[in-house]
Design a protein around this ligand. Structure first.
Ligand code: SF4
Length: 440
């Protein structure tokens, strides 16, 4: 009788990029015969994949490590906070090992050392697409690691290093495997998606019977041929972003752009050392919408950056309205350890930051409600995420909604559906980003 498979639990914190790292670690461990447990009790050892982006994220990571230690006792730490081993060990001296971001080999070695694998050829097989922590019908596709920019509020380049793009054919092969495994929606992620390939000089690689360049447009175009919904995240508005708008108008990729503008005031953007020039951005957005009227723009913004005046903050609010940003996320500025912006004069009082955040959210909620109203009576194509027992309705998303961060549609009157099914609905009610629809 084969020995019981050693069992791993994983706690994955942070951004979608960290989630992809967790998936890779699990894929590798699973391929070696480890079992996975969804709770601390069932696990022989727990891997905590941490986030170290903001001080609040660090605190959350340290808390998660503490919880895993008290609930399970055997804990290996990885991810962005792993760069700060001293901090982790000072708070939690009993962790078994600490490794940094993307150190898959080191994590796996640490697991081997503390919980050796039991070889069983029957469970060494991994599905071609690997294992995913996200539901089966959508998956994140990471096209590069690191970032060449040096935004003054951000420490990601010091943690993750400079941009390292994956070859185009490797990305396409992974995407194709995901689609073959049943994935209906692919979320393209990286720190700076539209800079893809610049580090490898847009290297060509062979994909099927042709050659594809590691370039934002070329990759997007090729991904659009796979028959899944393709959603682009973390796109900086470099001039060549204009080229993908026609692909959206043709229906080849989703008419959705997640662009982290962060601010609208040219002076603040310079102080933030943002990589793109946002001059004439309103004109460009109007141009995009004239080509692709259904375009949805999601963005995130920081309020309370050092030196932000009331007038500059108001310019930000005006921008959100004028640009008709469909989904606007807001972060309160945080003085992150190691970030250049810490040294800036004119730090804003926390009360002022909180107040600006409230005003931002008030406007964003009003805009969301107004936008929702315009959708009543419209036909929308939605993808099913699951069933909501309380509402007795399917929960779905339109093309304008990314999973977990945007809105939902509760679908009534449908037959039996499963996650990933795509259908048309007529929107009958709206409350901000929460819509109700009748199946057609
Ligand atoms: S683009 Fe700026 S904010 Fe984004 S990861 Fe790079 S340095 Fe950080």
């Amino acid at each position: 009788m084969p020995a019981k498979a050693p069992t791993i639990g994983i706690v994955s914190l942070g951004c979608p990029k960290a989630l992809v790292d967790s998936e890779r670690i699990l894929t590798r461990l699973r391929s070696e015969g480890y079992s996975l447990s969804g709770d601390y009790d069932g696990a022989d050892l727990v891997v905590v994949n941490t986030c170290g982006f903001l001080d609040s994220a660090k605190a959350e990571s340290l808390e998660a490590i503490g919880e895993a230690l008290s609930e399970n006792g055997k804990v290996i730490v990885t991810g962005c906070l792993g760069k700060e081993e001293n901090l982790i060990r000072a708070a939690h001296p009993n962790v078994l090992a600490v490794t940094g971001p993307h150190q898959y080999e080191a994590v796996v070695s640490a697991v081997h050392a503390h919980l050796p694998p039991v070889h069983d050829p029957k469970i060494d097989l991994v599905p071609e697409s690997g294992l995913r922590l996200t539901p089966r019908h959508y998956a994140y596709l990471k096209i590069s690691e690191g970032c060449n920019n040096r935004c003054s509020f951000c420490i990601i380049p010091s943690i993750r290093g400079d941009l390292v793009s994956r070859p185009a054919n490797a990305v396409l092969k992974e995407a194709e495997s995901l689609v073959k495994a049943g994935v209906k929606e692919i979320l393209v992620i990286s720190q700076d998606t539209s800079a893809y390939g610049v580090d490898i000089r847009y290297a060509e690689s062979k994909w099927k019977d042709r050659v594809v360049r590691a370039k934002f447009f070329d990759l997007t175009d090729a991904l659009g041929e796979l028959g899944a919904w393709i959603r682009l995240h973390y796109v900086y508005p470099y001039p060549h972003v204009d080229d993908v708008i026609p692909l959206m108008a043709e229906g080849k990729i989703l008419p959705y752009l997640d662009i982290p503008f962060q601010h609208a005031s040219p002076r603040i953007l310079r102080a933030m050392r943002r990589p793109t020039n946002q001059d004439r951005i309103l004109e460009r957005i109007a141009g995009w919408r004239s080509i692709c009227p259904d375009l949805t723009i999601r963005s995130s913004f920081i309020v309370g950056f050092p030196g932000e005046t009331e007038a500059e903050f108001e310019a930000l609010l005006d921008f959100i309205e004028e640009a008709q940003i469909d989904r606007a996320g807001c972060f309160k500025y945080e003085n992150v350890d190691g970030a250049a912006s810490r040294a800036l004069a004119d730090q804003i009082d926390q009360d002022e930051i909180d107040e600006r955040y409230e005003r931002f959210m008030e406007l964003q909620t009003a805009l969301a409600y107004a936008r929702g109203e315009t959708l009543i009576g419209a036909t929308q194509t939605v993808i099913i995420d699951g069933y909501d027992d309380d509402a007795c309705a399917y929960e779905a998303r339109t093309k304008a909604d990314a999973p977990e961060i945007d809105g939902i549609v509760r679908v009534f009157g449908a037959g039996v559906l499963k996650p990933g099914d795509i259908l048309n609905v007529r929107i009958s009610a709206a409350e901000g980003h929460e819509l109700t629809g009748e199946a057609l």
